[in-house]
Design a protein around this ligand. Structure first.
Ligand code: BEZ
Length: 221
């Protein structure tokens, strides 16, 4: 059976964290949130990821996006580990909470289990999963990485900017390959040329392709 995916409501779990008890839906509130797992505390890639995320926290905050980490170590372990993370990236403050899931129930419900990565007792560890959750508490986008591959926080931020751009334009635009803020977006296939002219006063440009179907239209956003 497939696990939690795009469009699904994130389970409203209540867990201990480094900043007290957290109920996921209350935490997400009326904005966007990024819930991201890592395999284990005091491991090399995870330490670099958590430090990198701490460095990007201000950028996410500017966009009204909250950060929420999770792993299957306990809160006491997370708190000790935070000292290492902050020492590794001098000046960084880990301002976001890390939830604890010692019995590994939450990571299953959040589809964050890596069946190939096991602890010393042979129990599966979390993968490097990241869900971007919208104000309606549904998953808008997910990353699913194995333990060997640290995530790129520029890409997480770019994905957030893409989602926020599409949402601001009520799903009438999408962002093309390698898009970054400031680039033109594309107009979605459900929007007619007539509607596009009304929606985008600066106009749009249609790529001249062999099919002449006129489906690849760029506009400023
Ligand atoms: C790491 O964070 O470096 C890591 C964690 C679990 C397995 C392999 C690598």
């Amino acid at each position: 059976m497939p696990g939690l995916t795009i469009g699904d409501t994130v389970p409203n779990l209540e867990l201990d964290s480094t900043q007290g008890r957290i109920r996921i839906h209350d935490f997400v509130g009326d904005g966007y949130a990024i819930i991201f797992s890592h395999p284990a505390d005091f491991t090399p890639v995870c330490t670099t990821e958590m430090a990198a995320m701490a460095g990007y926290a201000g950028e996410f905050e500017k966009r009204g996006v909250k950060l929420l980490g999770i792993s299957c170590d306990d809160v006491a372990s997370h708190k000790e580990w935070i000292k290492d993370i902050e020492a590794f990236k001098p000046g960084a403050k880990l301002t976001y909470p890390i939830m604890a899931d010692p019995d590994r129930k939450a990571i299953k419900e959040l589809n964050m289990v890596d069946p190939d990565e096991k602890d010393a007792r042979g129990v599966s560890l979390p993968s490097r999963t990241l869900h971007i959750v919208g104000p309606d508490k549904t998953v808008k986008l997910s990353f699913l990485y194995p333990a060997c591959t640290g995530r790129n926080m520029d890409e997480v931020l770019r994905a957030v900017d893409s989602l926020l751009t599409a949402a601001r334009h009520k799903g009438k635009v999408a962002t093309p390959a390698n898009w970054k803020p400031g680039d033109r977006a594309v107009i979605g296939p459900s929007v007619s040329d007539e509607e596009a002219s009304k929606l985008f006063p600066d106009g749009f440009e249609t790529a001249d392709l062999p099919s002449k179907k006129g489906y690849l239209r760029f506009t400023k956003v």
